[in-house]
Design a protein around this ligand. Sequence first.
Ligand code: SAH
Ligand code: F3S
Length: 481
Amino acid sequence: MNTSTLTKKVIKEKKQGEVLELSYKEEKKRKLYIESFGCQMNFSDSEIVASILSKEGFTTTKDITRADLVFVNTCSIREKAEQTVRKRLEFYNSIKQKNNPKMVVGVLGCMAERLKEKFLEEEKLVNLVVGPDAYRDLPNLIKEIDHERKAVNVLLSLEETYADINPIRLSGNGVTAFVSITRGCDNMCTFCVVPFTRGRERSRNPKSIIKECTELFNNGYREVTLLGQNVDSYLWYGGGAKKNFKKVDLQTQKKSINFANLLELVAQINPDLRVRFSTSNPQDMTIDVIQKIAKYENICNYIHLPVQSGSSRILKLMKRGYTRKEYLSLIDNIKNVIPDCAISMDIITGFCSEKEEDHKDTLSLMDYVKYDFGYMFKYSERPNTPAARMDDDVNEAIKQKRLVEIIEKQTKHSLINMKNKIGKTLKVLIEGVSKKSKNDFYGRTTHNATVVFKKENYNVGEYVMVKIEDCTSATLKGKIV
Ligand code: SAH
Ligand code: F3S
């Protein structure tokens, strides 16, 4: 592990002549196994981590039993997400006992940030705890482990965006990639742990974003998803966190680039590069952004627009920054400007003090919007968030019953939206071979709907026109025309 051990070994072997080259190389290629949980940002961060460690001589492996270093990039958003990680740690422990007692285990991401040193006390197996803004320090921390067995860095930053780091694409199909554009979040929704685990919001230099997207395109990628907790608040005026805005001179402010500008710059790289983005925040989404989506064919007609609740009273308690009416007027604007726009949501059931009438408001809002897709959750109290000081008074059975009701409604809406596509011919980007059949490809439409179809003589990464013939609530089936 340790470079000094490495040097010693090399010197020792030098005396033996020939063997040197081979074993030096073998020794140098230490193996990293990295697993990610939670949001797309975590998957994207893991690619940054892999890049930082590749410069230290690590290669990634998909076989945990061969790993010298096992990293888990963690999520704290709900208690269940944290329990999943704890279970994974038990599994790593069994591998360590069985295969490699020297295996180093590191916890990255949101749980690392939330629990800090406490993690080392709670999970004896863990050697390394590293928060989302401290990945550049990983090479030092790994060296530290050789002496101390444990190392921690959970410092949050006002500037870090890893702008210059070229991610190593891990989960790659070679066609679609995530590109992070902002980090952190300043919104402080009362239920949410993210502002505590990922720190203050900051935007990444647009030049580095355009460079990364252009390189991806030149390497055969055909879709980028711009990532941030709140992409609509992207703002670049020459550097630093958004909070420093007032300190910048007028000259620089004039040249500022907002999310609508950035979207346009990325769309202009090439008409064959599809652009998606996530996540939009209803209170920050501007008409400019909606117009850019309408203007460029390659900016996908799909917006993930979490609503959380259909009740203005609950939205206020959640500090969401919009009312039911404002959210619905944004939906109307989107549908007016982009008639063929798919919309998805996040909804939380059973937030503090939620009554049956609030829940009914959520159901009626869903009936109005008829979302194409959705992610639905039971409220999970997170320690130290503002909502943790409120009474988590909706019992588990009611949370569950309401969750089932919204999931059932959403499944119906998804099916209606999918059925509406039958008979249409839609442009699909081929992303890979279908898991169910070797003879089929899968890809997505501009609406983010998955389509499965016979391969014929096409290749992954190509666009094809597919006539939709059948569907379920989750998948379209069709034929290339
Ligand atoms: N800004 C990010 C939010 C990440 S959290 C984004 O919009 O993607 C993703 C979703 O998890 C939130 O939209 C919310 O619906 C859900 N969520 C967040 N905190 C939660 C909690 N304490 N309990 C249940 N669901 C939560
Ligand atoms: Fe969380 Fe709200 Fe930000 S949900 S990530 S605090 S926009």
